[in-house]
Ligand binder design. Structure first.
Ligand code: NAD
Length: 392
């Protein structure tokens, strides 16, 4: 995300002007667009009509002082220089995941000098293409790190009882440290019963109530198998030097696999945490209080600039595929690389945060290449941890 620059025309009031992503501060001013000054909505239609790359405008409204307008958001004008000089830091999930995997490879190598390699069993029921891709990449990563893995592929017709038998046999095998059941399961299978049948010490997804309870009770991180996505978010923050202690964190989304466990982890790390969800009143106002804002809801571009406090850290968990040119224009109007990849593939990914909102932040995780990159690395970390905790 590039720096935003402010434009002031001679005839405008000193505080008035345009913000743009594509011209340096000292370049010739952008020509006057009188209608653009009057209303931000008019300005927005002007922007679309002219294909302008202006991202925001500063304007003076009757009866109130000048404001910085970014999307639908209004900020006090004294924040303009903060925002215009802002170059948000990209929290590179791919690089952090690579670092974690390289550390794990060393730990696995030392473990193998003393005994058997840590072992992961993956259960993939049926033939869901997306699940097959995820599972393949989990098994491949095990191979890269020296972790033993085996893949079980019962048919889509397998009954709950048959799958319970498989889990029981894996529970009893000493060389298996972790058991992962790839979700979603076919509708006729009792998912909860199956997940609860995994021995808690082999529950590398961290979904078992025993592990959820341990997390809630504040067990030390190194002793609990925590869900991979929230654990990955905590690693991104820690390894990026973003302190959590005493910070105001807002988590949007309360799912059992992301929102809730992440809220617990943030509390355990001494943040002050608010969890928002579909029934939250005035969610934008709550979100604006966040030093650390997490979006995990599965709604493309849900978080817009006015929901972000300038200088906040944004963690975008959402992975949403968009496949229409309207959506492409809505989220990535000036992003040539996205347009090229969209033209090639017919779709692209966007998170739960509108890309324009990143411009206000101090740091953010991109989609793709942010939180998603950490999930498999944390699964590997849990497998190595499970082996260490169980075998001593
Ligand atoms: P979920 O569907 O289980 O939960 C969604 C949550 O969002 C619910 O708690 C709901 O209350 C809340 N929500 C829905 N609409 C809302 C609204 N309009 N306002 C406020 N809250 C609203 O989703 P999930 O499994 O937690 O996943 C969320 C997103 O994260 C999805 O896009 C998913 O693909 C992605 N995800 C990414 C990873 C990763 O590795 N990066 C892992 C898991 C999930």
């Amino acid at each position: 995300m590039c720096c935003l620059n402010i434009y002031a025309r001679e005839k405008l009031l000193p505080e008035e002007g345009f913000l743009s992503s594509d011209h340096p501060f000292n370049s010739p001013p952008i020509p006057a667009q009188p209608e653009a000054k009057r209303h931000s909505s008019t300005w927005e239609s002007h922007r679309q009509k002219n294909g302008s790359k202006h991202l925001a405008v500063i304007r003076r409204s009757p009866g109130s002082g000048p404001h910085l307008i970014l999307g639908q958001a209004r900020y006090p004008v004294d924040m303009a220089s903060t925002i215009t000089n802002n170059v948000p830091r990209v929290l590179d999930g791919i690089a952090i995941a690579a670092q974690i995997k390289s550390e794990l490879a060393e730990q696995v190598a030392s473990a193998r000098r003393l005994g058997p390699a840590p072992g992961l069993a993956v259960i993939l029921v049926g033939e869901v293409p997306a699940s097959q891709i995820y599972v393949r990449s989990k098994v491949k990563t095990c191979g890269e790190l020296g972790i033993y893995s085996e893949l079980h592929t019962p048919s889509a017709n397998a009954t709950t009882e048959e799958l319970l038998d498989l889990v029981a046999s894996l529970n009893s095998r000493d060389e298996i440290d972790g058991i992962l059941i790839q979700l979603p399961l076919p509708q006729h299978v009792d998912t909860t019963r199956l997940l609860e049948a995994i021995a808690p010490q082999k529950d590398v997804d961290g979904f078992h109530p025993i592990n959820a309870g341990r997390l809630l009770n504040g067990s030390p991180v190194e002793k609990v198998l925590a869900p991979c996505t929230p654990a990955g978010i905590m690693e991104i923050l820690r390894r990026s030097g973003i302190s959590v202690r005493g910070k105001r964190a807002v988590v949007i989304g309360r799912s059992n696999i992301v929102g809730k466990p992440l809220a617990v982890m943030l509390v355990n790390a001494s943040a002050t945490v608010t969890v928002c969800h579909s029934q939250t009143t005035d969610l934008a106002a709550v979100a604006r209080e966040a030093d650390i804002l997490v979006a995990a809801i599965g709604r493309p571009g849900f978080v817009t600039p006015e929901m972000v406090r300038p200088g906040a850290t944004i963690i975008d968990v959402g992975i949403n595929r968009i496949a229409t040119t309207e959506d492409l224009e809505r989220f990535f109007p000036d992003d040539q690389a996205r347009h090229a990849s969209f033209a090639k593939r017919g779709s692209t990914l966007v998170g739960d945060v509108h890309p324009a909102a990143f411009a206000v932040s101090a740091a953010y995780t991109p989609v793709p290449g942010g939180v998603g990159a950490l999930t498999i690395a944390m699964l590997m970390a849990n497998t190595v941890k499970a082996a260490r905790l169980r075998r001593g």
